[in-house]
Design a protein around this ligand. Structure first.
Ligand code: NAP
Length: 299
């Protein structure tokens, strides 16, 4: 079998086009331009690349971007004060704190300073809690961008036929694994979550109709771990050195091997990554509409 490639770039580009069109309508009919504030603390090179990609997408969609960059010695108090001022600023509809924060800053307290209505990354306890209780979507609560984007790709690959499927999520982070598992549960999948203490991971992966890898270990999932015909979504982004001085971006799945067995698979790059950014735009548009008391735009 040779897997169908799930083209995240093409899917994300369609989503961004719909978001841009709805944002134009919001501006024309209500005079609102969605605005997103991106806060980067410290000088982590990968974070700087992610923030640059997000800012570029924000500009391309005609949104307002407010960039806030600080050195790693910023205090939690100063960061919270900045977030409070952005919470109160009506031109800012979305606030994104780029993770990871420097170790001296309590990540949970920083994130929870964000007004849940402006939490376009879906990381506050308020939005995370709504996801757990199922009180999200259609005007209530914002969902974390990466798992939301990954779910859209799964739905696309399976033509929305997810109910009853066995899903395995490898990884249990608050950013990806846990919300991903919850979203699949809400789609009536039978969900298993694996992590670093899981025993005999290949036995679990071989049962999965839907396999989500969010580990951060280059090519840990091998081809013979995949159930024939499975949908494989590779969230991982890892830099792999293949000869001295030369490296490339690879996922958590050994792509060539897995593509021989899977029914559909996302590449890295070009899979989940572009969806994360497109979902950030989507969440910001929705946040802008909801803050103005308007219905959720159809994107
Ligand atoms: N494409 C995108 O837009 C995007 C966005 C976000 C993240 N990512 C990528 O996705 C990956 C995961 O990100 P994250 O933030 O969720 O990472 P994370 O917070 O480091 O979590 C990694 C998870 O993988 C588990 N794990 C580690 N080694 C394992 C092993 N050998 N077997 C099974 N599970 C193992 C860990 O288990 P424990 O809980 O037991 O430690 C943990 O739950 C990273 O490569 C990251 O760069 C991509």
């Amino acid at each position: 079998m040779t897997a169908r490639v799930i083209d995240g770039r093409a899917f994300a580009s369609g989503l961004r086009a719909r978001v841009t069109a709805e944002a134009r309508r919001l501006k024309a009919e209500h005079g609102i331009t969605p605005g997103v504030a991106v806060i980067l603390v410290g000088d982590d090179p990968a974070s700087a690349v992610y923030v640059a990609a997000k800012s570029k997408a924000v500009h391309e969609a005609g949104f307002r971007a407010f960039d806030h960059r600080y050195s790693a010695n910023l205090s939690l108090h100063a960061l919270s004060e900045l977030i409070q001022s952005l919470n109160a600023d009506s031109s800012v509809h979305g606030i994104l704190v780029q993770m990871p924060l420097p170790p001296a800053i309590d990540q949970r307290r920083a994130v929870d300073a964000i007004d849940p209505l402006k939490d376009v990354d879906g990381l506050t306890n308020a939005n995370f809690g709504r996801l757990m209780t199922g009180e999200y979507g259609a005007g209530r609560g914002l969902i974390a961008c990466t798992p939301l984007g990954a779910l859209m790709l799964v739905r696309h690959a399976l033509a929305n036929e997810l109910a009853g499927k066995e899903a395995l999520v490898i990884g249990r982070s608050n950013l990806v694994g846990k919300p991903m598992a919850q979203l699949l549960l809400a789609e009536n999948c039978t969900v298993t979550i694996a992590h670093s203490k899981t025993r005999d991971l290949p036995t679990l992966t071989r049962r999965a109709d839907i396999l989500i890898a969010a580990v951060g270990r280059a090519e840990i999932v091998r081809g013979d771990w995949i159930k024939p015909g499975a949908v494989v979504i590779d969230v991982g982004m890892n830099r792999k050195t293949f000869e001295p001085g030369k490296s490339k971006l690879v996922g958590d799945v050994a792509y060539e091997e897995a593509a021989e067995v899977a029914g559909a698979i996302t590449p890295v790059p070009g899979g989940v990554g572009p969806m994360t950014i497109a979902c950030l735009m989507r969440n910001t548009l929705i946040a802008a509409a909801l803050q103005a008391g308007l219905p959720q735009p159809p994107v």
